[in-house]
Design a protein. Sequence first.
Lengths: 285, 525
Amino acid sequence: MQFLRSLLIVLLLLAPLPALAYDILLLQSLREKGYDEAVKGVKRECPATMRTVVLSDYAETDITRIIREEHPRLIIAVGDRALEVAGKQRNAPVLYMMALHAKSNQRVVATGVGMLFEPARYLAVFDSLGSKRVGVVCDPAKSGAYLKRAQATAKRSGIDLVVREVHSPKETLAMLDSLRGKVDALWMLPDATAVSPETTEAYFLFSQGERVPLVSFAEVYLSMGGAVALGIDRFDIGRQLGAMAQSVLEGTPVEAIAFQAPRRVMMKVNDGVLRRLKISIAGGG
Amino acid sequence: MTGGLRVSRIVKNFRFRIYLIFTVTIALLTAAFASFYVITEVNGFQSTLEREGRLLATILAQNARLPLFAENREALALLAAGTARYPSVLYVSISNAEGRALTELKNPTEKRGGAIDMEVEVTSPGLVASPEALLLGHAPVDEKRVIGRVHLRLDTSGARERLKKLVAATIAIGTLFWIMVSLLSYQILKRVTSSFNLLMRGIEDIGSGNLSARVNLDSDDELGRGANAINAMAASLELRELENLSLQEELLMSMRLEVQEEKKRVMARLIHTNKMTSLGLLLSSMAHEINNPNASIRFSGHIIAKMWADVVPLLDGVWREEGEFYLGGIPFQKARGALAENAAKIVENSERIARVVQGLRDYGVGGGARLRPDLELNGAVAAALSVLACQMQQDVWLKTALGTDIPVITGNQHQIEQVLINLILNAMQSLPEGRGEVLLTTRHDREAGEVVVEVEDDGIGISAETMERLFEPFFSTKLDRGGSGLGLYISQYIVAEHGGRLQLSSTPGRGTLARVILPVGPGAP
């Protein structure tokens, strides 16, 4: 009996203990490199205790039960799905990042870091390129708000945004055609309707045909003929959000924290394209 | 020579056969190469056409991607028209993913002939990520979506014409090649087979028996070496032939000599046999001629003895009365005994003459094959010696050592005597210069149940070669001295007939021992 009792004690000691209380529940949509980079940024900036749940690892996640049982002080949602799941509960404030459709989740108190730079960043590039008429093709349903902000900023900058609205990818070509001769730069927005895999090529053909520089949002387009790309730094986005989380954990209410655009711009230039277009960027390469 | 024979000879000609094989092989190879070339070219044309068509269709599909996605018919029509300008393009059609043709163009100058259809899918570009994926850093997915199809029909009549020309040119070149190579091979064969023909002619000459013929081929190749070998073989054969002829002549000569020798020997034997027969007849005749007067002499002796016996008492009375008187110049008292003695001698010698004559007669005529169960060996020895008494020479010392306890045997006395006479004569004749010793011995071998007669001499002996042939009929070393070559042969036969054996052992230069072994008769102790 003595032996059995000792054995029972040892087994109890060795058994996995219930999860200890933590500050942040980190919900991640997928195990993707981009998400992982951002999460690393968060952890770098915010040393609070975290539990990470990757949603793609589970068929279904009862976030409400987790929060009720584990009482995290803050939820960080990484990705649209994570934000959607976090939005199903109302007990913990939510910070999000890497979510392209964040605007539709307004059920809980939530703020975060977006994926698009402020329009001023792009307009500054166009300004440096010397472009005054900038063509934009976008779907108002997806990029309408951003476009409005851009138009407002452009007006202040003295840049004329020539906008063509599309509601289907098939319309992109015709809209691009309609911009021929009317613009001296093209702004490629991360709009899934306007920039579909089938029509991506058309932007660069337009750029080549019209000899106007194309400014895009991802470095990969430089290899296809883009002139300038303003890329995001996901690690820095994570750090931005980490700072927000730290602030929340220190007592700042989420409502008091404003939505932020990515702060760090990774600007890349295709010198060959610029050279062919005989364009130089004012104030440096 | 008839035409058929000429053709048959040509067909069997080595040069013609090789040439035929060469030309047929070259023709087959040329045909095979030409066919291979044409097939390869045809396949090449086909694949080139297909490649060209696929390339055109791919370019069109590439160019039509954006207009097709946007369903821009005007742009698609322009692209189709641009493609249709290619002379080989008969039909162009661009349809969307659902299969609905957005533009279609037929070449009005469609030619009659073959055509191939080419269809290429128009796909969305792969590895182009959506903006959202790019922003989120998702890995691009190589997913090509079919958004339409490009269909081209290409005219192949030009290729067909080209193919016809190619086949015609190939056949012409192949035929020319075949003719040239055939002519060349004929010349080469002619040159090569000339040596062969020379070799064959030489072989045929040699084969027909003319071994002095040679193959006049002066080259150091296989044929040359073969010719040299055949020449060497012919020379060797010629030498062998000459040797054979010489040997045959020698053989014939020796055979002729041998036949002559044999003939001489046979004749000598015949003469000897004839002499023996004559001798027998002479002996028989002599016996008859001697016996008659001898009987008269013996009778006269008896009469004289009887008459003297009657006369002696009378003459004794006269002597007593008248004193001594002479008979035939001899005093009566001397003549009285001498006359009786001489009369007895007359009878005795006459009987002796009769016995000798009887013996000679028996020897010459033969005493028949009668076997006596009580033949005394020593008696037969004495009879033989009596026959040979007259043959005895002064320098031959004949010694006898006759056993005393010799049992009788079953046999023919005359034949046994003949055996002994032969053996004694042989022994006497072997003595050098007729001088020497002959020992005649008889004895009884009780253990073996045999009686033995041995005739031993110290003569010249018998050589080993002669010993091997000693019992052959008509073999004799004394043919020139009257030998018949039958003595030992007959002697062995007689002894064998008596169930005995005749053994001869000799040491050349030291003498010979002849031993007659005969079984003891059943009635003997």
